[in-house]
Design a protein around this ligand. Structure first.
Ligand code: ADP
Ligand code: MG
Length: 240
């Protein structure tokens, strides 16, 4: 089996015994964008949290870049696998302070010219560096969040509904910039989205999850060609 991330019969049960993921097996192709779709509560966010060590599988095996997730030092794992969330959590202060945070946590500093380059990568001018986080729009804030995930030059990026609360224009900008980043850095991306049009546009591959099971995985057009009734119902908007 090859792939940037490999799942082999992965199960996850919560502390109160709820069986959230059920026998996930599959590979996430290196250097490509794979979207993860499925109804709310399907287990999508849980699956991402297993990939950067926020949660551990109850059984089964996850290999990240050909190494068992259990064999990673947690700090090293977070460096290899970046994550951005819908809420784009920030600390008080300016953009530079937020970008420098991952370095600060390692007792290092982020050179200002590096920070400017990161901003440029996400389509923000360098002058934003000294702006207070509070004064940014939702779209700008999400761009800073994405730039921050790039500080450690991760090989894998996990994106959890990062455009769900943004307006259409910002959403389109982020779509384009993620595709650009994926190509420029050759980073492997898993992108959870509610939006099927977005999945078809940005993802080369798609996985569909429902009630903790992987119903379909493959090239994105599978979302249209799948003969699985649940996939068809989801694509038609009959289940959310
Ligand atoms: P998705 O991201 O697809 O909407 P989640 O992975 O967030 O789904 O959640 C999957 C299911 O697991 C949901 O039913 C959710 O309520 C439940 N769940 C998530 N985390 C926990 C937890 N820590 N304890 C109990 N149930 C949880
Ligand atoms: Mg979720």
């Amino acid at each position: 089996m090859s792939g940037a991330i490999q799942f082999h019969d992965v199960h996850y049960k919560s502390e109160d015994g709820i069986h959230i993921l059920r026998g996930i097996t599959g590979s996430i192709i290196e250097g490509e964008v794979t979207t993860l779709v499925g109804p709310s509560g399907a287990g999508k966010s849980t699956l991402l949290k297993l990939c950067n060590g926020l949660l551990s599988p109850t059984s089964g095996e996850i290999r990240i870049l050909n190494k068992n997730v259990y064999d990673y030092d947690p700090v090293q794992l977070r460096k290899e696998v970046g994550m951005a969330l819908q809420s784009a959590p920030m600390v008080e202060g300016d953009v530079f302070h937020n970008l420098a945070l991952p370095m600060l946590l390692q007792g290092k500093s982020l050179p200002e010219n590096e920070a400017v380059k990161l901003l440029e990568d996400v389509g923000l001018e360098g002058e934003h560096l000294r702006r207070n986080i509070k004064d940014l729009s939702g779209g700008q804030r999400q761009k800073v969040s994405i730039a921050r995930t790039l500080v450690n030059r991760p090989k894998i990026l996990l994106l959890d509904e990062i455009t769900s609360s943004l307006d259409q224009v910002s959403q389109k900008e982020i779509d384009e910039l993620i595709v650009k980043i994926s190509k420029k850095y050759g980073v492997t991306i898993i992108w959870i989205t509610h939006n099927l049009q977005q999945a078809l546009k940005v993802g080369t591959y798609a996985w569909m999850l429902k009630e903790g099971e992987l119903l379909e995985s493959g090239k994105s057009d599978l979302l249209h060609t799948s003969t699985n009734e649940h996939v068809q119902a989801f694509v038609k908007g009959e289940i959310e």
